[in-house]
Design a protein around this ligand. Structure first.
Ligand code: AMP
Ligand code: MG
Length: 405
């Protein structure tokens, strides 16, 4: 059986064949609508940054060689941010300057206002100045044409600011991958319906759509499939029209777990159908008609965990972004723990900061159907497959729920 790291390598390799930059479609979006999208082209500086020698402080522009303790310089003018500097600083003079203003000719340093006092039309300095202090020279941040955002960068708030700075108000971004979501199971009714005594509402279609959205995809939720070959065949074939298909349920060893059989009939090539993890062991990854297909186990927490571990990686690559490793954090274990070896565990857990140190406590849960437990979890505690005993206070790895942490 594959480890989850091996399974992720399989996905990265297979998606590399499908989702290379030349194969992905793109579109133009306005900068304001670009949050979370992935850049097709790099973004370059349109001029020097800063475009002029810029003051970093409110104070006085001086010739550093004029300023010794108790030096007095004649104040000859003032420059605000945005002003065109028209005065120059001759020996024995200074100019009041604000943060963001252009340093005038002749000056080579800025002295903070806090280190001066004003006496009639002169300024008295209480300490020496060094040439260059509190000035960012023209072009020091970026040369004209320098790449500021690389291709395949995911656009976050900082990237939006950079694009705005250089006037890139329309961006070429990869199209959002359309992800078909197909829940399965005779017992599953839609969330709008009142379930019969032995039926359950379809929560997986909702959590999967949310996970797809959070990861930059466009969810396409299909009507739940019955546990029959015919219904599965029809709905899987419909799902394969999208860029990727994610199924929930029907991949375990039960008599009515028919997803793999139907995928095989549709010509799927399987890369794995089990991963050494708990929850989520029966996870399936296949390529069918050139599309990545994930068959995730139907128990809601298994579905969520396996989406985060596997399907999200494929979605990231289909979005045109680079594959990233799982973003584990270190935390202190808040209690001792004993787990069976053999499978890597991803247990619903809660990260808190009781004394400032991130501290993790696994939540009591009644197995992978226990949605009430996972709603209290803000992360998953990772237990490696080869370890069973953990002492209270040990450092362990946790996988944050990125939607709430
Ligand atoms: P399965 O993987 O098909 O054996 O499903 C395992 C269990 O997960 C089922 O018995 C249900 O209790 C639950 N389950 C399956 N599909 C869903 C769904 N769409 N929403 C919520 N729970 C589900
Ligand atoms: Mg089922």
């Amino acid at each position: 059986m594959r480890t989850f790291e091996e399974a992720r390598r399989d996905i990265t390799r297979e998606l590399g064949l499908i989702a290379h930059p030349g194969a992905l479609k793109y579109e133009s979006v306005s900068l304001r609508n670009s949050l979370g999208r992935v850049l097709v082209n790099e973004i370059r500086a349109d001029r020097l940054y800063p475009p002029f020698d810029r003051s970093l402080r409110d104070g006085y522009a001086v010739r550093a060689s004029d300023v010794a303790p108790n030096a007095k310089l004649k104040l000859i003018g003032e420059l605000k941010a945005g002003d065109t500097p028209q005065i120059s600083v001759a020996p024995g003079t200074c100019v009041q300057i604000m943060t963001g203003a252009a340093v005038p000719q002749g000056a080579d340093a800025v002295v903070m206002i806090e280190h001066t006092r004003s006496e009639a039309d002169t300024i008295v300095f209480d300490r020496p100045a060094l040439a260059g202090q509190h000035i960012v020279p023209r072009g020091r941040e970026a040369a004209e044409g320098q790449v500021l955002l690389v291709r395949s960068a995911r656009i976050g708030f900082a990237e939006i600011a950079v694009a705005a700075q250089v006037g890139a108000i329309d961006l070429q971004v990869y199209r959002k991958p359309r992800v078909a979501i197909l829940s399965t199971g005779d017992e599953v009714v839609s969330a709008e319906e009142k379930p019969g005594d032995f039926q359950i509402r379809n929560s997986n279609a909702y959590s999967l759509a949310a996970q797809v959205t959070l990861r930059g995809g466009e969810p396409v939720v299909l009507v739940n499939a019955k546990d029959t070959e015919q219904d599965l065949h029809e709905k899987i074939a419909r799902g394969l029209k999208e860029d990727m298909l994610v199924l929930s349920g029907g991949v375990s060893a039960g008599k009515y777990d028919l997803v793999e059989k139907v995928l095989r009939d549709l010509g799927a090539h399987f890369h794995f159908d089990a991963v050494a993890i708990r929850p989520g062991k029966p996870t399936v990854f296949a390529i069918c008609n050139g599309k990545p297909v994930f068959g995730l186990p139907g128990n809601p927490i298994s579905t969520m965990v396996t989406f985060e571990l596997f399907a999200s990686l494929a979605l990231e690559l289909l979005s045109g972004a680079q594959a990233k490793p799982l973003a584990f954090l270190d935390a202190r274990l808040g209690e001792s723990l004993q787990e069976k070896t053999g499978l890597a565990h991803f247990l619903p857990a809660r990260l808190t900061w009781p004394d400032g140190t991130p501290t993790i406590a696994p939540l009591k849960w009644q197995g992978s159907g226990d949605l009430a437990a996972v709603a209290k979890a803000n992360c998953f505690l990772y237990i490696p497959a080869d370890r069973s005993k953990f002492e209270c206070g040990e450092t362990v790895s946790v996988l944050p729920r990125r939607d709430v942490l």
